[in-house]
Design a protein around this ligand. Structure first.
Ligand SMILES: [Zn+2]
Length: 288
């Protein structure tokens, strides 16, 4: 049950939930990066949260969680498809150990974008960053922006990350305040040591020993980057021919590294000519 999301419902309350654990997916995401531990922790929380949100989508599409801050976190992007193909990265610079979440994300803007891949415009919701944590920020977002009362607990270390999301379901008799608080309290007791064997029904029963829980088929998560040669060529065209050729001058090739998966794509003078060949090329003969 490693790298999976396990959906469930409570038999006695109108509350649904999902438990996630990411191991290989999470380790692959950190490969080619050397994130300081406060950054890696937030990135792991983002990976767990984004996969929980993606798994709750009722349609094909993708979820992107993006944080842009003036703090040391810089930009953080985490994407998951409804089928749990994940990728994510942060542009974080030097970060002191022990820095608080609030200081890491100073002046942050945070958004959740849901893209159905159709002609409809992607839906974007603004997440107000709470100083406590990403989990608290997202709980607040669910309550205020999508009117779904939620409990969210997120955990992360170098080896794996995970989390649990509980959401009240609309339309049914509401759960009492006391029971809702109790479930939130128990969800928040999720610890790293609990989840190293994956998102299992046994773990749910340990977290909520007094409650009847029905679990559904787990879904498998994987790391998958959506970069491609064609997309990189589009980036070069966006940069413009003179910028691209200027980069060629120094080493004879332009290397473009994907920030998500670390794949390097190299373009020499011939490649660059081909990329711009369907555009009006000025002075290209000088290269031959
Ligand atoms: Zn890539």
């Amino acid at each position: 049950m490693n790298d999976s999301v396990l959906p469930f419902i409570f038999e006695s309350f109108p509350v649904r939930g999902a438990l996630v654990q990411l191991e290989n997916t999470w380790q692959r995401m950190q490969q080619d990066h050397s994130y300081a531990s406060p950054v890696s922790e937030v990135l792991g929380h983002a990976a767990a949260a984004t996969s929980l949100i993606a798994r709750s989508l009722k349609f094909e599409g993708s979820v992107t969680l993006q944080i842009s801050s003036n703090g040391p976190l810089g930009t953080l992007v985490m994407q998951s498809t409804d089928g749990l193909s994940l990728r994510g990265m942060s542009t974080a610079a030097d970060v002191a150990d022990g820095i608080s979440f609030a200081d890491l994300v100073t002046g942050a803007r945070c958004a959740v974008t849901i893209d159905t891949g159709s002609t409809e415009r992607p839906y974007q919701g603004i997440v107000e960053i709470r100083p406590e944590s990403l989990a608290a920020s997202l709980e607040n977002y669910f309550a205020k922006s999508v009117q779904v009362l939620s409990h969210l607990a997120l955990i992360s270390c170098d080896a794996f990350c995970g989390g649990i999301l509980l959401q009240q379901m609309p339309g049914d008799l509401p759960i009492s305040k006391d029971d809702w608080s109790r479930l939130g309290y128990l969800a928040a007791t999720l610890r790293l040591v609990d989840i190293d064997n994956g998102a299992t029904p046994g773990l749910l029963h340990r977290l909520f020993p007094e409650d009847d829980i029905r679990v559904f088929e787990p879904a498998t998560a994987r790391f998958q980057c959506r970069c491609s040669q064609a997309k990189v060529e589009d980036v070069l065209r966006f940069l413009g021919e003179s910028e691209t050729r200027a980069a060629l001058v120094e080493t004879g090739q332009v290397d473009v590294t994907c920030e998500y998966c670390g794949k390097v794509r190299s373009f020499d003078a011939v490649d660059v000519s081909r990329v711009f060949s369907d555009l009006v090329i000025k002075g290209s003969s000088a290269l031959h």
